[in-house]
Design a binder for this molecule. Structure first.
Ligand SMILES: *Cc1c(COP(=O)(O)O)cnc(C)c1O
Length: 608
């Protein structure tokens, strides 16, 4: 049976129970039941489900692994972590994250003024706030306000100019100065699609010369005591830990030498993010070649060794993992809206008294196809269709003949797949590209998985039900945007099989997993499909509750967001109705209907 690689990417968060995908916690509710309940309340279109217990699990994993590694390796420094807000700033995610991280003093990292304001308002007690990214004077002043409020904030400097501005503000304010971090430019290169953050030509950080200059500047302005942290980030989704190890070796040595240069309060190395997530659905496509345990052990061991050999105190370690924390908590559930070729039925045939010989042959293939000849007849049918299309182009057959060819070929495909379903599908694989079914999915890839569009990042996808039935259709997924990029093609080395279904009788839902990192805020309103409806799911031993439902914006709000004058739009529509020849009694009804449309979200309405 096809389990869609759930044991590879699922991390035991989701499992298959009988025919259904269930959440592997307490009462183990099925995703199908959850989505049906949400739809029973009237919600239509795709729905993003958030599972706060999965955020908590990732946070626990990180702290527990570093705790264990520290104990085992007898490491003296502390461990701290912050969540980089750019990975997901949505309030229902952040609130759950802050809640789950409270017991560890888990902090937040900000890269812009807006993110800094989220961090300042959401951080509890002494949880750390770090500020990366380019900063103007105003943003630095915000950092000073945070320090005045008593928060544990570190401003990480990306360049000498920023340091000069901090010195300037400190001179003006003569009040509490935030801690200062220096981002270091490593010569070790990052890897992968997100590699631009590491390396000597990277956008961020200070060279060795600039670091020494910074120490001098800090000394001169009596702020050296505030310099507590060095920071680097070599890129996201680091799949090979050797790149990180190289960076740590380099940073560890920089740390020790800065301490020796007189930076006596320097106590922390912040090693950024990059902890990778396994997105693969097949063993052969697996990317991540290390575990969290190995990651924690390597970091602690290397920093311990360097500190010992250079005779400095073991540094505190801070990490800024985002992807690892956020990805698993969000699952998008989207209904299939239409099957593009399943629709062909025998009833559609308009065979003539006398048909072109190739069509007679197709009809004969369809009638006499059976298990032992199915593959051969399928080949012949596809060949015939090609020849018939050429005949049409040359004017030898007409549109009715062409329609009959399409219908007959699809009937042959359907029958052949049915007859061959007990065979191993790889026998069919060499013609799967030709006989794939197009599943039109009621969601937008641009909105809900932009990294698939921009970076060809694969996200796990599987149906929520029928998992006790062998899926036989090789599937290409189309989203409902008018953009041909909104397509996940059936590919031989990344093949997706789905079930043959009758949408008139049943609904069929696909789950897209690991969407919690980066996808939501990078998502774009292409074709004006906006953020899907979201819901937070809490699970206990008795069952589950659906909370914090936020409906996908209504059409009128989407237009308002684009700065359309929506009153004007309504007025224009009413006026056109009034001036039209529509009979008077009907005009009001049409107006009412338009108003209902404007208040609904922009996704399609599937049956039920
Ligand atoms: C993006 C970013 C992160 C998060 O990286 P992940 O790969 O998501 O863990 C951490 N630190 C900085 C400075 C970043 O820019």
């Amino acid at each position: 049976m096809n389990n869609y690689g759930i044991e590879i990417w699922g991390d035991d968060n989701f499992i298959i129970d009988g025919s259904l995908v269930v959440v592997n916690k307490d009462s183990k509710p099925s995703l199908l039941n959850i989505i049906k309940e949400i739809r029973d309340e009237g919600t239509r279109g795709p729905v993003l489900l958030r599972f706060p217990h999965l955020i908590e699990k990732q946070i626990d994993n990180i702290y527990q692994n570093f705790d264990r590694a520290k104990r085992e390796l007898n490491y003296g420094g502390d461990f701290q972590a912050v969540f980089p807000l750019k990975v997901n700033q949505f309030p229902n995610f952040i609130t759950a994250l802050v809640e789950a991280g409270h017991k560890y003093n888990y902090g937040l990292e900000a890269g812009s003024k807006a993110e800094l304001l989220i961090a300042m308002s959401h951080t509890k007690n002494q949880a750390p706030i770090t500020v990366n990214g380019f900063k103007d004077k105003e943003m630095i002043e915000l950092g000073f306000i945070s320090a005045l409020m008593g928060q544990n904030i570190t401003l990480t400097i990306e360049g000498i100019n920023e340091l000069e501005t901090i010195i300037e503000v400190a001179g003006e304010q003569k009040s509490k100065t935030p801690d200062i971090g220096l981002r270091i430019k490593l010569h070790s290169l990052g890897v992968g699609a997100w590699a631009k953050s590491g390396g000597i030509n990277s956008k961020f950080g200070l060279t060795a010369t600039e670091l020494i200059k910074s120490i001098d500047l800090l000394k001169k302005s009596r702020l050296l005591k505030n310099f507590t942290m060095i920071h680097f980030h070599i890129g996201s989704q680091i799949t090979d830990i050797n790149y990180l190890k190289k960076a740590i070796r380099e940073a560890g040595n920089i740390y020790a030498d800065l301490v020796k240069l007189g930076a006596l309060n320097l106590s922390t190395i912040n090693i950024g993010g990059g902890l990778a997530v396994e997105y693969a659905q097949k063993k052969a496509n697996c990317e991540v070649r290390y575990s969290l345990k190995e990651y924690a052990n390597d970091i602690i061991f290397m920093l311990g060794t360097i500190a010992k050999s250079k005779n400095v105190t073991e540094p505190n370690i801070m990490i800024e993992s985002g992807r690892y924390i956020a990805s698993s908590h969000a699952v998008l559930i989207a209904p299939v809206f239409e099957l593009v070729s399943e629709g062909y039925i025998e009833y559609d045939l308009r065979l003539k008294e006398k048909n072109p010989p190739l069509i007679e042959e197709l009809n004969e293939l369809y009638k006499s196809i059976e298990k032992k000849n199915a593959l051969e007849y399928l080949h012949d049918g596809l060949d015939h269709l090609n020849s018939l299309l050429t005949l049409f182009d040359l004017g030898y057959i007409d549109l009715i003949d062409r329609s009959n060819s399409e219908v007959l070929t699809h009937l042959i495909i359907k029958k052949a797949i049915y007859l061959l379903q007990d065979y191993h599908l790889s026998e069919l694989l060499h013609i799967q590209d030709l006989i794939q079914e197009k599943y039109l999915i009621n969601f937008s890839m641009f909105q809900s998985m932009p990294d698939f569009w921009g970076l060809k990042q694969h996200f796990p996808v599987m149906p929520l039900a029928k998992l006790d039935i062998k899926p036989t259709r090789s599937a290409t997924l189309w989203d409902i945007t008018c953009d041909s990029d909104g397509e996940i093609k059936f590919e031989r080395d990344n093949h997706l099989y789905l079930h043959s279904i009758d949408l008139k009788k049943e609904e069929y839902f696909l789950g897209f997993f690991l969407l919690g990192a980066y996808q939501e805020v990078l998502g774009m309103n292409h074709n004006l499909f906006s953020h899907p409806t979201e819901a937070t799911i809490l699970i206990d031993k008795k069952g589950y509750t659906i909370e914090k439902v936020i409906q996908s914006p209504s059409i009128i709000n989407i237009l308002d967001d684009l700065n359309y004058d929506t009153d004007k739009i309504k007025k224009a529509l009413y006026e056109k109705i009034n001036l039209s020849k529509i009979e008077n009694g009907l005009k009001e009804k049409i107006e009412d209907k338009l108003n209902i449309f404007l208040d609904e979200n922009g996704y399609l309405k599937t049956i039920k």
